[in-house]
Design a binder for this molecule. Structure first.
Ligand code: HPA
Length: 269
């Protein structure tokens, strides 16, 4: 089956299950998936039951697709995403974004846990731009002309208007929202201190193992994007040790602010 045939097959399946007309896609990263539990009139599918869909294997990622109403919008939410480091091809990692577009979404809200380069744990950061440090690109291969051009512009991959709305909403709620550049790596190891020093020189404010492939595919197809990083730790070299448990623990701490913020933003997009 070609990629387009797979996308069509999956969309047909999801429509049959009632996931008919999403406006926004939500990609919820490590520990942030709880937001999907607030979706009303929800249709919920296990990833394992969806054709052509990947499998989520990371602690803190549930592996469910949730469709329904959140903050007055129709959303299609990924509770747990697919990572390249899990061994998923980028076609699988980005497949949900293709499906979001094909089902009619106008925008996607992409979230992640990230290490802070400058920003400390607990910071919420709106992503203004990214640096693709993965050495990979999800658009390699035959171009899907129905989605976008062979050589897509990435100048405005993160939609300025969405960010403006996010800052206005954060202000109103009294939630602190910073802004910065996300550098995407493959993982699964955390970075070395020398890598983080290099990334700082390159202009990165946060580092993580996701988001970049999904946003490239979203931008290719003309989806608007809001990216929010939850900074869970100081990146390597700025603290003594890094571990996934800490990432999950800090996410626990900031997720109430995160959920409140994302819902309020959604209502305004
Ligand atoms: N590096 C890469 N990915 C991450 C980090 C980090 O420090 N923290 C959370 N995700």
């Amino acid at each position: 089956m070609t990629l387009v045939e797979k996308i069509n097959e999956t969309c047909d399946f999801l429509r049959q299950k009632g996931m008919t007309a999403p406006e926004f896609g939500l990609i919820l990263g490590s520990g942030l998936g709880e937001l999907a539990e607030e979706v009303e009139n929800a249709v919920v599918l296990d990833y394992a039951d969806i054709p052509n869909w990947g499998r989520s294997t990371v602690v803190g990622h549930a592996g469910k697709l949730v469709y329904g109403d959140l903050a007055g919008r129709k959303v299609l939410a990924l509770q747990g995403r697919f990572h390249f480091y899990e061994g998923n091809p980028l076609e699988v990692v980005t497949f949900p974004v293709r499906v979001m577009k094909a089902l009619g979404c106008v925008g996607v809200l992409v979230t992640n846990a990230a290490g802070g380069i400058g920003f400390g744990p607990g910071t919420l950061m709106a992503i203004s731009d990214h640096i693709n440090m993965t050495g990979q690109n999800p658009l390699i291969g035959e171009n899907l002309d129905d989605f976008g051009p062979r050589f897509p512009d990435m100048s405005n991959a993160y939609t300025a208007d969405y960010r403006k709305t996010a800052f206005a909403v954060a202000d109103k709620l009294g939630v602190k929202l910073d802004e910065g550049v996300y550098i995407g790596v493959t993982g699964p190891c955390y970075e070395t201190p020398a890598e983080i020093r290099a990334f700082k020189t390159l202009g990165a404010d946060a580092v993580g193992m996701s988001t970049v492939p999904e946003v490239i595919v979203a931008a290719h197809s003309g989806l608007k994007v809001l990216g929010i990083s939850a900074i869970t730790n100081h990146a390597a070299g700025f603290q003594s040790e890094l571990n996934h448990e800490e990432v999950v623990a800090v996410t626990e701490r900031i997720k109430e602010d995160f959920k409140t913020l994302v819902k309020a933003i959604l209502a305004e997009l």
